[in-house]
Design a protein around this ligand. Structure first.
Ligand SMILES: Nc1ncnc2c1ncn2[C@@H]1O[C@H](COP(=O)(O)OP(=O)(O)O)[C@@H](O)[C@H]1O
Ligand SMILES: [Mg+2]
Length: 312
């Protein structure tokens, strides 16, 4: 593997989570003899990254400048192989609105939505999407800026909360049901899903605190699903991943409603790798340890933008 950089920290709202992900990956890689070095893209310069002489990097960054195609583009320019999706797939997946457009075009199920901006007559939105509904900033992660709207009078505050992060925000039909997540590995025809995880939050409110710092949230992997549903959830997740052009690894978030219908919420192209994180849990269910998972992801590191001149 040569000299490996673990990119972590960064400048997004998810810096704190990324510091934990990176520390975990770094320790795991070192435990199996990989020459891994932490590199904080939030405090160290681009010039320092170039000077570090990494043969490949593990991207343990989340959110803006880490998961959104920008660092991926920089690594392409530097010619340093990196883990996960390329610039285009990363940028699309980072945008929940663009993601939903692509899924709809592929006939994949995702909740009905509306795009809101400062001109939108907010009171009309529940008339088309129904109540409850959910409002979120399309470019954030870790449940930042998300509000469940139960009545017309909540609309303004929910919109303003999300609009702190993005000028256009996403309003989505609320799906009542079970919360699932699916870890994905590989690319194209070789893309595959790990067993489905079900997330059960203590009060049904899966928020930022619960996701990363609470011991009360329960995770079930394998999930308690009929085999046919398990396979359907995995199939839709793999298709959703391929439709966006994702590579390396990722994680699809979904809901399963009372009629066992599957609804795609979002695709994470640089998922959490902390002690509480979900991709490591799914890997464990197929007997893959945390260090083995890190090595598997790192082995797939590559540059994804190919110059036609070079290939011909
Ligand atoms: N349309 C929806 N219906 C029901 N719950 C939702 C919906 N959208 C989001 N949620 C809840 O909010 C959480 C975070 O939403 P998600 O779209 O995954 O954004 P992110 O994880 O990037 O913050 C989900 O895991 C789910 O619990
Ligand atoms: Mg999510």
């Amino acid at each position: 593997m040569g000299r490996v950089g673990v990119l972590y920290g960064g400048r997004s709202a998810e810096r704190e989570v990324s510091l934990m992900s990176g520390a975990g990956v770094h320790e795991a890689l070192r435990s199996v003899g990989v020459d891994a070095h932490l590199f904080d893209t939030g405090t160290q310069s681009f010039a320092a990254l170039e000077a570090a002489g990494f043969d490949r990097v593990f991207i343990a960054l989340h959110g803006r400048y880490g998961e959104d195609g920008t660092i991926q583009g920089a690594l392409e320019v530097l010619g340093i192989p990196y883990t996960g999706s390329g610039p285009a797939a990363s940028a699309i997946a980072m945008d929940k609105i663009m993601t939903k457009r692509i899924w709809l075009q592929h006939g994949l199920p995702t909740p009905d939505f509306a795009i809101l901006d400062a001109q939108t007559e907010l009171r009309r939105v529940p008339d088309s999407l129904g109540l409850p509904l959910i409002i979120k900033p399309p470019h954030e992660g870790s449940t930042v800026g998300i509000t469940k709207v139960r009545g017309y009078s909540d609309m303004k505050q929910a919109y303003e909360e999300a609009a702190r992060f993005d000028s256009e925000v996403l309003a989505e039909q609320f799906i009542t049901g079970r919360e699932l997540t699916v870890a994905l590995l590989g690319a194209g025809a070789n893309a595959r899903a790990l067993p489905v995880i079900e997330i059960v939050a203590p009060d049904g409110n899966y928020d930022y605190e619960h996701k990363y710092f609470s011991d009360d949230t329960q995770y079930f992997c394998p999930a308690d699903l009929p085999e046919a549903v398990e396979q359907e959830v995995r199939r839709i997740s793999v298709e959703a991943y391929r439709a966006l052009g994702c590579e390396g690894w990722g994680r699809a978030d979904l809901m399963l409603d009372a009629e066992q219908r599957v609804w795609l919420l979002e695709m994470n192209t640089s998922p959490g790798m902390t002690g509480h994180s979900l991709v490591p849990k799914a890997a464990q269910a197929v007997g893959m340890s945390y260090p083995e998972l890190c090595v598997a992801i790192l082995s797939d590191a590559s540059c994804k933008v190919r110059s036609p001149a070079r290939n011909s």
